[in-house]
Design a protein. Sequence first.
Length: 161
Amino acid sequence: MLLEETFKEHSTLNPVSGNSLKQKLALAKQLNLRPRQVEVWFQNRRARTKLKQTEVDCEYLKRCCENLTDENRRLQKEVQELRALKLSPQLYMHMNPPTTLTMCPSCERVSSSSAAASVAAASNGGLSRHPVGPNHQRPIPISPWATLPIHNRPFDVPTSR
């Protein structure tokens, strides 16, 4: 259809070039319509295009909202579980964390140690394979539920009397 092809090229009747009246008259003559009918057709076609795009945007936003709602529920459940752990320290003491996190005070790198790492350390005389070398300070154990990272600060060192 001639109107559709023209619309795909220009969604308006080309008012920028100043030829909109000529274009409208030419289309009206070719299609045996009045110029006003061509103008209204373009207006309606733009409105339909905008409505379709709005529907697509709405569907996308609905999916985003559903995903965020699911994520929010999951996070709220996680917060409740963490609060329950915080309120029952005896339960916390009996829980075995899946891994133990350690932080190196010099480079502040966090690593997880396991039974295999303990065996490897024992077999090489307790020397760490840390990139800094054997004179490197030992890592500090960190609870997996720790809220803040441990930093090696001067006021944390016990003073000798």
